[in-house]
Design a protein around this ligand. Structure first.
Ligand code: AMP
Length: 215
């Protein structure tokens, strides 16, 4: 199955994407992760996108289109953080059509705004492997160190109060219209994404069992 993970920043797309990828043996493509790698490498694309990301604004569609074009995997995939605008959804459709692939499902992660803010402000990420933590709800075993690779845990540059507010506003204005866009195509599945990661994962599997017979 080819799945799009849709939801506000902090709605759990990244966390569930990593669990779902293992479960379905699919490739996860996180646009945010790909862009952060470009920035870290100081590439031409990295230089173009850095200031947008720092400010919590969306990177222009034509740049993200260029990045995603190079990363459409062979076989089943999960897309985290792409598309984020209707124009991007149309770009994606065109790209997939050329390859004879389609999107089977869009999972929309619904989380109240106060929970999103709480999640983003306590979020930490491993600098080496990208594993996600939360200081209260998903702390590492050893303070400040990743359980998987012992790498240092850092706060993302855009996880500060001011940028978090901006990113949520950007989501409502530019990305939420995708909810109706995919609902009309009859491929949208809404998930109550409040609670801990295991509870949410079970809810996703239950919903998929009912709608797609998945297990
Ligand atoms: P994320 O890791 O998904 O929260 O994305 C971090 C940042 O990367 C966003 O705030 C945007 O600046 C940029 N970004 C990620 N995905 C996209 C996208 N599909 N379109 C435009 N900008 C994006």
């Amino acid at each position: 199955m080819n799945i799009i993970l849709l939801g506000a920043p902090g709605s759990g797309k990244g966390t569930q994407g990593k669990i779902l990828k293992e479960h379905f043996q699919a490739t996860e493509v996180s646009l945010g992760d790909l862009l952060r790698i470009e920035v870290k490498q100081g590439s031409l694309i990295g230089k173009k996108v850095e200031s947008f990301m720092k400010e919590g604004a969306l990177v222009p569609d034509e740049i993200v289109a260029e990045v995603i074009k190079q990363h459409i995997p062979k076989g089943s995939f999960l897309l985290d953080g792409f598309p984020r605008t209707i124009a991007q959804a149309e770009i994606l459709e065109k790209l997939l059509k050329e390859k004879g692939i389609s999107i089977d499902l869009v999972l929309y992660f619904h989380v109240p705004e106060n929970v999103l803010i709480e999640r983003l402000s306590g979020r930490r990420v491993c600098k080496n492997c990208g594993r996600l933590y939360h200081m209260k709800t998903m702390p590492p075993k050893q303070n400040g160190l990743c359980d998987s690779c012992q790498g240092p845990l850092i706060t993302r540059a855009d996880d500060n109060e001011e940028t978090i507010k901006k990113r949520l506003a950007v989501f409502l204005k530019q990305s939420l219209p995708l909810f109706d866009y995919y609902k009309k195509k009859n491929i949208l599945l809404e998930i109550n994404a409040e609670g801990n990661k295991d509870v949410i994962f079970s809810r996703i599997l239950d919903s998929l069992k009912k709608t797609h017979g998945a297990h």
